[in-house]
Design a protein around this ligand. Structure first.
Ligand code: PGA
Length: 263
């Protein structure tokens, strides 16, 4: 039986003081049980402070991204050694916001694909995380245009294959995958539960094929995209959903603690 995982992705929110206050409130509000793993992914500037706060609890911290090389002239980037040094045990990779896909056709300053992550860079990042014993949370998901064209499964499978290509299955024991339909992120529009469960099941079949059933069985498949207290219970009950990657709702410590309780 896989343990459920709930990860909060704070994105570009929270100062050190705000983040610490939120985590203190969260720890007071939540009843942490051994059956569920909880990860908070704050901005890099706040990571170490949150790590210090949670180190005696069951909560872990994660980074929101990583660069694949070890050190050097890469302005603005952070290596796996650096995020591990700050306390990260998990790291998000291939988030649709770093893949630069906002599901919109017109390019405006808001929709400009700033980071242009590709399956290849995602693959390199997963390799460096494995090497440093950090658990990847690999995000996959289709845009609205891809869904409307009936390409959801093809896109998601392609992202998984690209992300894991050439990596020894035995090295992927700490892998987590989050199905995050791009059109459901930060929009309040959740993918309907049976469909979220179906795609997560499809992801599991693909993982079985790539890793073999025994290894794939340890990989958690999460759902992400407008998860909140009001829909978490229903989502986490589904047979193919092993938890959630929560953006906006993880910024409110009371709401986040409710979500964790449902897991
Ligand atoms: P959301 O974000 O919960 O605000 O939709 C989820 C995510 O981007 O991981």
């Amino acid at each position: 039986m896989r343990r459920k995982l709930v990860a909060g992705n704070w994105k570009m929110n929270m100062t050190i003081a705000e983040g610490c206050a939120a985590v203190e409130t969260f720890i007071d509000a939540v009843e942490l049980k051994h059956m569920v793993d909880v990860v908070i992914c704050p901005p890099a500037t706040v990571l170490h402070n949150i790590f210090q706060l949670v180190r005696r609890t069951h909560v872990e911290v994660g980074a929101q991204d990583v660069f694949w090389l070890e050190k050097g002239a890469f302005t603005g980037q952070l290596s796996a050694t650096q995020i591990a040094d700050a306390g990260a045990k998990y790291c998000i990779v291939g988030h649709s916001e770093t893949r630069g896909k906002f599901g919109k056709l017109e390019v405006t300053p808001e929709t400009l694909p700033y980071f242009s992550e590709t399956d290849h860079t995602v693959n390199l990042k997963i390799r460096t995380l494995i090497y440093h014993d950090i658990a990847p949370i690999l995000c996959v998901g289709e845009t609205l245009a891809e869904r409307e064209a009936g390409k959801t499964d093809e896109i998601v499978k392609g992202q998984i294959v690209g992300a894991l290509e050439g990596i020894e299955p035995a090295e992927l024991m700490k892998l987590n995958v989050a199905y995050e339909p791009v059109w459901a992120i930060g929009t309040g529009q959740t993918c309907d539960t049976p469909e979220a469960d179906r795609v997560c099941g499809m992801i599991r079949s693909k993982l079985n094929e790539i890793l073999g059933e025994d290894l794939a069985d340890g990989v958690r498949v999460l759902y992400g995209g407008s998860v909140k207290a009001a829909n978490a219970k229903e989502l986490f009950r589904q047979p193919n959903i092993d938890g959630g990657l929560v953006g906006g709702a993880s910024l409110d410590p009371h709401e986040f603690s409710e979500i964790v309780k449902y897991a």
